[in-house]
Design a protein. Structure first.
Length: 345
């Protein structure tokens, strides 16, 4: 079956107001450390080394994650997205939330988002798939629009507030290995719209969406219920070997080579990883967009955050090819390929 005519809008993004630098994160770790200043010096040096490798500089963190905060940020991003694309709320038939963060087991966060937006009747549910959640939710929306001709516009959002899921309690080298990735996390929410007709102000005509999974690695990164993030970062980074051949293969299926793509919008666990992927597929690193230094790792929201940065930094021309891609704990990857339509970005 050929891919249906589907268009992805410009994104809307919401960020907390509190900007936190690396020095503040190290201060938080020091406040939890039970050893001496001499012992902490080694811990601090190792954290600084990781920040340097990742090019982590600042991130935005919500200091007071109250009940409803996750949905509230998604609502703010959604309202920004609707306004940026000149789409009215009454055009929305489907709301999907693809974030990791959630504040209760039920109902779906998407239900709260829909209600707070003011929708009285809609289909709303969540998709959870770690850092690929937003793209996986977009793929799910594409399936619903293909199956249900009566649906006009899908609003697909994500909201990543780390709340109590991050731990600054690092006492040993083992703690450092499992918790350092959490110190690069930033908070953000993002939203995109999906529909069958182009967005006059510019958007992406989708050419394909693909998914890859290697579930044997499910245990490398976890946030247990009631617990905090632990991540075997070194092992996860090694799984990056799956990405270049898969990206190349999926592009070839569309009759494209990696260098045919003008802009790569990738998930941002670190800048060095994104640059390495582009190097491995044989394209100029300038085709990538880099936001880790500006916002940290914003998990599933990083696709929307980085897509917005692309539109801020560059002027897109009709026909420009784009790849939106993410890898995530699980281990899974999702990649959406398309071309720019409408006015310049």
């Amino acid at each position: 079956m050929s891919f249906p005519e589907l268009h992805l809008s410009k994104p809307g993004v919401a960020l907390p107001s509190v900007r936190v630098d690396n020095a503040e994160i190290i201060r938080r770790v020091r406040a939890c450390f039970k050893g001496t200043s001499e012992q902490f010096a080694g811990i601090a040096s190792a954290i600084e080394h990781v920040f340097g490798l990742c090019k982590t500089q600042v991130r935005y963190l919500e200091p007071d994650v109250r009940p409803g905060s996750v949905a509230d940020y998604a609502v703010t991003a959604s309202q920004a997205c609707l306004a940026a694309n000149d789409v009215s709320l009454d055009e929305v038939d489907l709301v999907i939330c693809g974030g990791i963060a959630r504040q209760y087991f039920e109902p779906a966060t998407a239900m709260e988002v829909a209600a707070k937006l003011g929708l009285k009747r809609t289909h709303a549910f969540d998709v959870t798939a770690a850092c690929v959640g937003h793209l996986e939710a977009i793929q799910t929306a594409a399936g619903y629009l293909t199956l249900h001709p009566s649906y006009r516009t899908a609003l697909v959002c994500t909201s990543e507030l780390s709340g109590s899921f991050l731990s600054y309690d690092i006492q040993t080298v083992r703690d450092l290995q499992m918790k350092t990735a959490g110190l690069t996390i930033g908070n953000a929410a993002a939203c995109m719209l999906l529909r069958r007709s182009p967005f006059p102000g510019g958007g992406i005509r989708l050419m394909g969406i693909n998914t890859f999974t290697a579930p044997d690695h499910w245990n490398l990164c976890q946030v247990p219920i009631g617990g905090t993030l632990v991540s075997s970062s070194v092992e996860l980074m090694r799984l990056g070997k799956y990405i270049p051949p898969w990206v190349t293969e999926r592009l070839a299926a569309l009759g494209m080579k990696p260098d045919d793509v003008d802009h790569y919008v990738f998930h941002q666990p670190s800048e060095i990883m994104v640059r390495k992927i582009l190097e491995d597929i044989g394209v100029d690193s300038n085709k990538g967009v880099y936001t880790h230094a500006l916002y940290g790792n914003t998990a599933s929201a990083s696709i929307g955050v980085t897509y917005r940065r692309l539109l801020e930094e560059r002027t897109l021309a009709a026909g420009d090819k784009l790849v939106l891609g993410s890898a995530a704990a699980g281990y899974s990857m999702v990649m959406a390929t398309g071309e720019w339509t409408g006015v310049a970005g």
